[in-house]
Write a protein that binds this ligand. Structure first.
Ligand SMILES: [Zn+2]
Length: 409
């Protein structure tokens, strides 16, 4: 476990925050820095085919010990969420966590309280890693990377586990929805994949949202306010009108739960001249999404009818689709993950994510890829933390997964 903790703490110190609005890939140079570190380590571990491709994606292969067994793939993403700073991350290791409040020293207003975080209360006695309160931790998804690295290190030195070839892939820009953009699924030649990008321990995520994004562009007419009578059309005001007409009481993340979908405006920018609203559309049933897009177009039409002279464009782009159907094509992808967890004494929980993973896209591209727990909690926040014992559990799950797949043909 020392090596696992050492790897994790080294990886989170590399700033790899993804950038949403850029054409560059990867979106931030730190991802290339971390990729280089990881490629060197994979090489030192003695893996085959270690490479960093022109997009910054790191790949390697754990060689097979069981001839004829199917190839599988393990994925984790190197970037971290742009929702909180990932610069100068200072991981703090709390050994034998006493179950009390954890005051984060860099910002004492930030306190992790077991009373507010039941999953923390359940981890008393374990090793918890937090931030100092000024950044996110980046356990999402460097816990996944450290877990895969550690499992690879154990497997290469232990030929007693029968296994097929295992492809390791560290991706870029998952947090901005571009993690699978440059993955060549065919070249991987795998029958199933696993993203190590899930919360806690013992969970298999086999269902995700289906997702589109809408960009609403409102064009007004600007003129000096002193001359504006009857002439100015203020795009900011129209954006306000547009937002006020969205059905937030029945279709917003803050008012829905479980299997309900939503429309969620998450970026608003602009001036009098023009304004842009970015809205995500989410549902477990992809068939709902055209209806959700239609709601936005109708709102645009009502605002426009009251303000002729403006323009309102609603442009909808596909993001990813629910993985549940794709997983049915290779039932072993989930079934063997269940077996692997049971083998180390965990009763796995199946879970539907109110979000997406790289696996949503990979599954759609033909590689069935459920998501597995890796010991992270409270991600995308300065209150993010990870549990070392849960990460170790994830390593053991991967080793058993390799073994179960090694017995397949
Ligand atoms: Zn993640």
């Amino acid at each position: 476990m020392d090596q696992l903790l050492d790897r994790f703490c080294r990886y989170v110190r590399v700033e790899t925050t993804a950038v949403e609005v850029t054409d560059a890939y990867p979106s931030s140079p730190g991802q290339l820095t971390l990729g280089k570190v990881l490629a060197d380590e994979l090489q030192a571990l003695g893996l085959d085919d270690v490479r960093v491709d022109e997009h910054g994606i790191v790949a390697a292969t754990i060689p097979a010990t069981a001839p004829g067994a199917p190839t599988i793939a393990w994925f984790a993403h190197m970037d971290t969420s742009p929702e909180a700073s990932g610069k100068d991350v200072k991981p703090i290791v709390h050994e034998q966590y006493d179950g009390g409040d954890l005051v984060l020293p860099g910002d004492t207003g930030k306190v992790l309280r077991p009373a507010e975080t039941p999953e923390l209360a359940a981890l008393a006695g374990k090793t918890i890693i937090t931030t100092d309160g000024t950044t996110l931790l980046g356990a999402d998804d460097k816990a996944g990377i450290a877990v895969i690295m550690t499992a690879a290190a154990r497997l290469v030195t232990d030929r007693s586990v029968p296994r097929g070839p295992i492809r390791i892939v560290f991706t870029c820009d998952e947090e901005v929805g571009r993690g699978a953009d440059h993955i060549d699924v065919e070249a991987l030649g795998a029958v199933a994949g696993y993203t190590l990008d899930g919360e806690g321990a013992g969970t298999i995520e086999n269902e995700t949202f289906s997702a589109d994004v809408a960009v609403v562009t409102i064009t007004g007419r600007n003129i000096h306010p002193g001359l504006a009578t009857g002439r100015m059309i203020n795009a900011i005001r129209l954006a306000g009108l547009f937002l006020s007409r969205m059905p937030w009481q029945r279709l917003a993340p803050e008012t829905t739960s479980g299997r309900e979908g939503f429309l969620h405006p998450y970026v608003l920018e602009g001036g009098v001249d023009s304004a842009t609203i970015r809205i995500i559309l989410r549902s477990f049933d992809a068939g709902d999404l055209p209806g959700h897009a239609e709601i936005l177009r109708q709102i645009g039409a009502t605002v426009l009818a009251e303000h002729p002279g403006a323009t309102i464009d609603v442009h909808v782009k596909r993001q990813y689709r629910n993985m549940v159907e794709g997983l049915e094509k290779e039932p072993r992808a989930v079934a063997l993950a269940v077996e692997a967890m049971k083998r180390i004494g965990i009763e796995p929980q199946m879970h539907s994510i109110r979000g997406g993973t790289d696996g949503s896209r990979l599954t759609e591209m033909g590689l069935p890829t459920p998501n597995l727990s890796t010991g992270m909690h409270n991600f995308h926040s300065p209150l993010e933390f990870a549990c070392l014992e849960e990460m170790e559990t994830a390593v053991k799950v991967l080793v058993e997964l390799a073994r179960f797949w090694g017995r397949e043909k």
